[in-house]
Design a protein around this ligand. Structure first.
Ligand code: C2E
Ligand code: MG
Ligand code: MG
Ligand code: MG
Length: 282
């Protein structure tokens, strides 16, 4: 077990591939009070405009720096939190914390946006609009809030759509995360309460090697734009892929090429470094 005690770097977290039963139990025990112990953190990954390559804001990604196991990936603890009923508490914390942080950021153009991931179980809960409203009332000044909801969690459209519509009525944008992986039916486009489609990383990764991906992305961009949605691409790791996505008409880009997830203390330095420097004329 010694291997588990070596703290992992918060941004190269434990993927949990080798969790055994007692680890799982341990994890569940500690998850409930992780916020109080100051072990939950948000890392921010920049999003840039595809046309100017300037920052528009960032996505908040949760990190658990557990006292006993080191850093644990959200892919491990979010499903656990959903199962044992802690997900609402974590999401409310993420909403409030990220809005508070983002209210201090500045971007070259307009208001900074902050994107918060909303788990599927909350997308169908009627009190989601109230949770969002409370957070906005406290910290929402001058920030564009975006909620990222995975395509797969919108299967029950009859329940989820009216809830998301209420959230949008408060000026919050909805982004459909991991788009292309959740079997969405094309009739969704008729009335989907969303502002952005975020194309899944798997399409972006395959773009330069398989021409089919370019066709798919072109089709999605076309369809999205016809219905007034913008298109973001996640997982952009190299310049050639970035150039291709811009040619294909994507609106927003995100990925290690532009920036890795960083602590809030480092976000503004990044945002500022990407802004054009205007030299004062004498
Ligand atoms: P996601 O929302 O699709 O986030 C994108 C994931 O891809 C992040 O992993 C990010 O670090 C990673 N990524 C970004 N750019 C690149 C790239 O260029 N290359 C590669 N290989 N990876 C990239 P992370 O932070 O481990 O998060 C994984 C997933 O956990 C997220 O997927 C999201 O579904 C979930 N998650 C993260 N934070 C939260 C949260 O606060 N609440 C909820 N409910 N889920 C969260
Ligand atoms: Mg996301
Ligand atoms: Mg995503
Ligand atoms: Mg993803």
């Amino acid at each position: 077990r010694a291997r588990r005690l070596g703290a992992r770097h918060a941004f190269a977290p434990d993927t949990g591939a080798d969790l055994d039963i007692s680890d799982q139990w341990d994890l569940e025990m500690q998850l409930g009070t992780a916020i109080e112990r100051g072990e939950m953190l948000l890392a921010y990954q920049p999003k840039v405009s595809a046309s100017t390559l300037q920052p528009v804001g960032a996505e908040a990604l949760m990190r658990w720096n557990s006292g006993t196991r080191g850093a644990i990936s959200p892919d491990v603890f979010i499903p656990v939190a959903e199962r044992i009923g802690h997900i609402k508490k974590l999401t409310v914390w993420a909403l409030n914390t990220s809005l508070r942080h983002a209210s201090q950021w500045t971007v070259p153009c307009g208001r900074p946006s902050v994107s918060v991931n909303i788990p599927g179980v909350l997308a169908t809960q009627p009190d989601l609009p109230e949770l969002v409203e409370d957070a906005l009332r406290l910290w929402g000044d001058g920030v564009q809030l975006v909620l990222e909801i995975t395509e797969g969690s919108l299967m029950d459209a009859a329940v989820a759509f009216p809830i998301l519509q209420r959230v949008r009525a408060m000026g919050v944008q909805i982004s459909i995360d991991d788009f292309g992986t959740g079997y969405s039916c094309l009739s969704y486009f008729r009335n989907i309460p969303a502002d952005e489609l975020k194309i899944d990383r798997s399409f972006v990764t395959g773009l330069l090697t398989d021409p089919a991906y370019a066709d798919i992305i072109r089709f999605v961009v076309d369809l999205a734009h016809r219905f007034g949605l913008s298109v973001a691409a996640e997982g952009v790791e190299d310049e050639a892929t970035s150039d291709r996505l811009r040619e294909l008409g994507c609106d927003v880009l995100q990925g290690f090429l532009f920036g890795r997830p960083v602590p809030n203390a480092e976000v503004q330095a990044w945002l500022t470094a990407q802004q054009p420097v205007f030299v004062a004329r004498g």
